[in-house]
Ligand binder design. Structure first.
Ligand code: PMP
Length: 369
């Protein structure tokens, strides 16, 4: 048998805060149409694959050495990209990178959260925010969105004034509901916050709203903008997240990061992929157009669809969302049950995948609502 198999989680001296909690768990199933983790459906081009392979081969000559601990070349490239994408001039000193924006968020909480401190988010939002809070012993304080899932800035400011959280998460566009937060609402929230505000812009490239990077100069001691190459950049498998903030924020993160956290292979592959930004991001407009097509088709079937600035949509109203999720899966379409009663989330895929999704949606429109 497997050594140690008789030991259960209950037998372990686990921290109390982690008892009874569930790990992050989007199912990874082999089905024809996978629309459950908000990836970019466009596979990398052959030119990008070739350049990544070349860069990784060259970097492999240095595998006996530790990588650049501070990833200066990669951060310079990211700063150049973000400057051109957002119109806000950022330097290498404004940018930090890690293995996915989840690691970015974890490092931020290691530095600015922790025992005796709290983090607030406006739910429903990204499920990892409370999980990373638990993992860093930061008390999680949920505040709430309006009934239509929009973020009411006045209510957000009131919740911040009441709880005085050390860290505030604002996800824009919000996962799983899709809406962005306008800059003036962000200004009000950052102004009210006693500590750090993380604007999680994982889906920023899909949004028509300006990036919060425009506010870094105004709110340097409080604002961190988190980004990722997992979504618009079609680099989820490469694991590269980053942030923009005042240089002092990056100095703070150097205190908690593990040395050499970004391998030479990751740094080389990410830099090669970034060189293809114009072509990769060309796909963003196609995804947005597909999103608008899917939203219109679902609305035509009588579904209630939450307005989305991202590459996914939240829709319903289902009598029994978990049962409907299973019926999509039975028909070869994997979408996401994010735990919101009556609602399911679907990532926008390739046109043919969206067609299958819409065919199943039409089939279930009469029976499942
Ligand atoms: N933030 C949000 C809002 C997300 O939806 C995700 C991915 N689902 C992430 C952060 C983390 O993505 P990654 O670690 O791949 O950068």
């Amino acid at each position: 048998g497997i050594p140690g198999r008789s030991v259960t989680l209950d037998d372990l001296p686990l921290r109390d805060a982690l008892r009874g909690k569930s790990p992050y768990g989007a199912p990874q199933l082999q089905v024809p149409v996978v629309l459950n983790t908000n990836e970019n459906p466009h596979p990398p081009s052959q030119a990008l694959i070739d350049d990544v392979a070349k860069a990784v081969a060259a970097a492999s000559e240095e595998l006996h050495r530790y990588p650049d601990r501070d990833a200066v070349g990669l951060r310079s490239d990211l700063a150049a990209y973000l400057s051109s994408a957002t119109g806000v001039e950022l330097s290498v000193d404004n940018v930090w990178a890690a293995n996915g924006s989840n690691e970015i968020l974890q490092q931020i909480l290691q530095a600015f959260g922790g025992p005796g401190r709290s983090a607030m988010g406006f739910v429903p939002s990204y499920s990892m925010h409370p999980i990373i809070s638990d993992g860093t012993q930061t008390e999680w304080v949920p505040a709430y969105r309006a009934d239509d899932f929009s973020l009411d800035a006045e209510q957000a400011v009131a919740a911040i004034a009441e709880h005085r959280p050390d860290v505030v998460f604002v996800t824009s566009p919000n996962n799983p509901t899709g809406g962005s937060v306008p800059l003036d609402d962000l200004r009000a929230i950052i102004g009210a916050a006693p500590g750090i505000v993380i604007v999680d812009e994982a889906y920023g490239e899909f949004s028509s709203q300006p990036s919060a990077t425009a506010l870094i100069d105004e709110f340097g001691s409080k604002l961190i903008v988190s980004r990722t190459m997992s979504k618009a950049f079609a680099f989820a498998g490469g694991r590269l997240g980053y942030l923009a903030a005042a240089p002092a924020v990056i100095e703070a993160l150097l205190l908690v990061r593990l040395p050499y956290h970004l391998s030479v292979l990751t740094q080389a592959a990410a830099r090669a992929a970034l060189q293809h930004a114009p072509e990769t991001l060309g796909g963003v407009a196609a995804i947005a157009a597909e999103r608008d097509r899917v939203v219109a088709a679902l609305a035509g079937m009588g579904y209630d669809v939450t307005p989305s600035d991202a590459n996914f949509i939240l829709f319903g109203d289902f009598a029994d969302a978990p049962a409907t999720w299973q019926r999509y899966l039975d028909r070869g379409v994997l979408i996401r049950d994010v735990g919101i009663p009556g609602r399911l989330r679907a990532t926008i895929g390739l046109p043919a995948e969206n067609d299958v999704f819409l065919t199943v949606s039409a089939e279930l429109a009469d029976t499942d609502r």
